[in-house]
Design a protein around this ligand. Structure first.
Ligand code: NAP
Ligand code: F7E
Length: 341
């Protein structure tokens, strides 16, 4: 019996939360995975250290390359060399609050970066499918529920940059017949979530407060409502989007929304603590313009991709608190911490 040829994928942003889970998923499925990392003076590969293979490893299927999304020529060269079947564009300056402080940088990497990648695919003449990491932040001020037909009204430089990337992706599909899709993902979290996003900031603080290492947690707007899902499930939706015959755009969400305050309640409660004793307001975490409420309608993804969310709000918060408590205990005990959850 003849074997199907091994598929090859490129992941930009492989060192991030989603990139690390997607790399694991694709390796499990037998892909050769090429991850793009950017040069930094200190290591930032913690989330993928457990799947890293030395260049000397025979038959290795995970390869890392230094390519920054600001460098279009490096993208062309990489694509020519690798000839991928699938490209997942997950790299971004992804922090909404930071995008108000670095709007031009965010526009360059998060917005123009997606166009650079699309144009690099065209310039290298590679026939590949491409996934663009679009975001519920594009809906911004438009009231929920939000689906694929909901008009965009971004409320941050980050949201504006993602709208640009969204339309560039649609345009390359229409203009050049590229198999290019937008996954419009609502907030998704995990123990690997960046430490300055609100859920992880809260669950890390819960662990530290329980251990007696911290006595206050300063937060901004507690009334914002978000549709929070579990990141490992969301990367499965990304992969499914690239397995279809016809490229299209999909919302990925749980359909349930909760406030930041509710997340605090559940997360502190998971450690037997009362959140109101520890959480204090600090206006410096407020945003010049806020996104008040995001609730996704993922019916299209359910019907056409067979994707449905499993872990919901309370379970997600408990998973994250348990992981942060375990990580802290290991640190205190001096045990090497594996970030492979
Ligand atoms: P993340 O943890 O912040 O990861 C972002 C990745 O982009 C990191 O690997 C980062 O590298 C890389 N990166 C940043 N600037 C770069 C540059 N100039 N050149 C090359 N790489 C660069 O983000 P995430 O949560 O995994 O999200 C993945 C993608 O989905 C992002 O595009 C994000 O905007 C989008 N998104 C996320 C959510 C969510 O809730 N998580 C929802 C919707 C859309 P370093 O490790 O070196 O910093
Ligand atoms: O904020 C409020 C804050 O930074 C959530 C990114 O992955 O999801 C993420 O963007 C809410 C906001 O995520 C603090 O004002 C209160 O209303 O965790 P966040 P985000 O802005 O929703 C979307 C879908 C993406 O695409 C982005 O890449 O929480 N909030 N107090 C706070 N937020 C932070 N970070 N820190 C606080 O102290």
């Amino acid at each position: 019996m003849s074997q199907l040829p091994r598929k090859t994928a490129v992941i930009t942003g492989i060192t991030g939360q989603d990139g690390s889970y997607l790399a694991e998923l694709l390796l499990e499925k037998g892909y050769e995975v090429h991850g793009l990392i950017r040069r930094s003076s200190s290591f930032n590969t913690e989330r993928i250290d457990h799947i890293y293979e030395d260049p000397q490893t025979v038959g290795r299927r995970l390869k890392l390359h230094y390519v920054d999304l600001s460098d279009g020529v490096a993208l062309v060269n990489l694509l020519r060399e690798v000839q991928p079947d699938e490209v997942y564009n997950l790299a971004a300056q992804s922090h909404v609050r930071v995008s108000f402080e670095m709007p031009l940088y965010t526009g360059d990497v998060t917005g123009l970066g997606s166009l650079r990648l699309l144009e690099a695919i065209r310039a290298s003449d590679v026939r590949t499918k491409v996934y663009q990491a679009s975001s519920s932040e594009m809906f911004g001020a438009t009231p929920p529920p939000q689906n694929e037909k909901t008009p965009f009204h971004p409320r941050s430089p980050y949201g504006c940059a993602k709208v640009f990337g969204y339309w560039a992706t649609v345009n390359y599909r229409e203009a050049y017949g590229m198999h290019a899709v937008n996954g419009i993902l609502f907030n998704h979290e995990s123990p690997r979530r960046g430490e300055t996003f609100v859920t992880r900031k809260i669950t890390r603080a819960v662990a530290r407060i329980q251990a007696g290492l911290q006595d206050r947690l300063y937060l901004g707007n507690l009334e914002a409502r978000r549709d929070w899902g579990y990141a490992p499930e969301y990367v499965e939706a990304m992969w499914r989007m690239l397995q279809t015959d016809t490229p299209d755009d999909y919302v990925v969400a749980t359909g349930e929304a909760h406030t930041v305050r509710e997340f605090c309640e559940v997360a502190f409660d998971a450690a037997g603590l009362d959140w109101s004793e520890y959480v204090r307001y600090d206006p410096s975490y407020d945003r010049p313009s806020e996104v008040d409420a995001l609730i996704g309608d993922a019916s299209k993804a359910s019907e056409q991709l067979g994707w449905t969310p499993q872990a919901k709000f309370a379970e997600l918060a408990r998973i994250m608190v348990a992981a942060d408590i375990e990580q802290l205990e290991n640190q205190v005990a001096g045990v090497g911490v594996r970030v492979d959850r």
